[in-house]
Design a protein around this ligand. Sequence first.
Ligand SMILES: Nc1nc2c(c(=O)[nH]1)N[C@H]1C(S)=C(S)[C@@H](COP(=O)(O)OP(=O)(O)OC[C@H]3O[C@@H](n4cnc5c(N)ncnc54)[C@H](O)[C@@H]3O)O[C@H]1N2
Ligand code: MOO
Length: 418
Amino acid sequence: MNCGCADVVTPGLLDLFEARARMTQAARPIAGLECVALEAAAGRVLAAPARSTLDMPGVDNSAMDGYALRRDELAGAPSGLPVRLRVPAGAGVTRLPEGGCARIFTGAPVPLGADAVVPQEKVSLDAAGRVHVAGELAAGANIRRRGEESRAGEVLLAAGGRLDAASIALLAGQGIASVTVQRRLQVALVTTGDELIAPGQAWRPGAVYDSSGPMLRTLLAGQGCEVLDLGPVLDTPEALATVLAEARDHADLVLCTGGVSVGEEDHVRSVLERLGGIAFHGVAMKPGKPFALGWLGASLEAGTPLIGLPGNPVASLVGWQLLALPFVQGRQGRVPAPLQRFPVAAGFSRRASHGRRELLRVVLDWRAGTPVARLAGGQGSHMLGAASQAHGYLIIDADTPVEEGHAYGYCPGTQFLD
Ligand SMILES: Nc1nc2c(c(=O)[nH]1)N[C@H]1C(S)=C(S)[C@@H](COP(=O)(O)OP(=O)(O)OC[C@H]3O[C@@H](n4cnc5c(N)ncnc54)[C@H](O)[C@@H]3O)O[C@H]1N2
Ligand code: MOO
């Protein structure tokens, strides 16, 4: 299986990891904060550290349904301990009566004076209802101590983190009802191509349904961005310049697909040179080679950054994930996560890709107990089927053939890489 296109070795291509580092460095966080209700904060980026308001847990409480007691009183009572108190969750803090124990439930405050909780499975009750315990009981057993997780005033979540279900739960558990987050990143999306038609329109030979537009809108929404949809645009320098000028004035970032290669129908480069500039163009990756970072206006710092993704949809997807995503995250005030890679054996052989690192879309086969990477389908940069099935990328260095059974760097996640 191969991509179907010859490897064209283009001089001056930037190394993939160097390009990723440049994208990360170039991303300036946008200004602007909002206070939002915690329930509406999923996916948003925290603008300030979130601190605990309470010790967590707030009081010593029981980790089990059982009996709270003093261990020395249990040891000194061969005829068992009478149950003198009942403490359900939600009860206030009480004191354990001398010489007795308390029936207690998970999450209920441990009565003052008790130094262990025995789970009910380890307790036998005699006819008089007295508690007998088999075996040893460690000091503090089954007691969740006040403040053992965090203390009031401690930083729970650092600024720049994205609020997910667990972090929202963490803040809710502290009684926090609203958070200060970065405003949403405004991204102008420009798809280019005379051939593009929208899904739902009648097809004619030569027409191509716009698949990258829906894909990028989905990916941008997944990052909590607001999308200003300005495409598809016709393949003329005038049409592109008009749309990019509008994008420049209304967005924090322009994401453009197609028209970024070298043919005379590809105008992104020339229009960028006219309306702004180019930081780099061309990365030694397959797919995704014509990827570009540029700007509209005075400079990358002062103007509106523009990311040019290649037209082939899979090249666009890979360019988004490995290069555009860290830039988007940086503009959102996030610290982009390092690219994860760990060795996985290839279950296939394949010829080398000349001059470019190849990002093969693979599935992991666990049937033998350890993972084996298998091609998820056709690897052409126009073939979305494999991308939709893949579990991740096998990253193959340039000019390196893949040999079955040898291990290569595997990067998990091909769609919502975070
Ligand atoms: N002589 C050369 N030709 C090409 C080179 C090269 O180095 N020398 N590079 C190839 C590579 S690699 C790629 S990737 C493509 C990228 O080209 P463009 O970014 O200029 O993209 P287009 O030419 O506009 O389109 C390419 C292909 O993708 C389809 N397309 C475009 N937009 C969409 C969309 N929104 N949804 C679905 N499909 C889309 C378009 O119809 C074309 O088939 O250039 C190679 N050529
Ligand atoms: O082969 Mo291009 O690199 O299709 O992205």
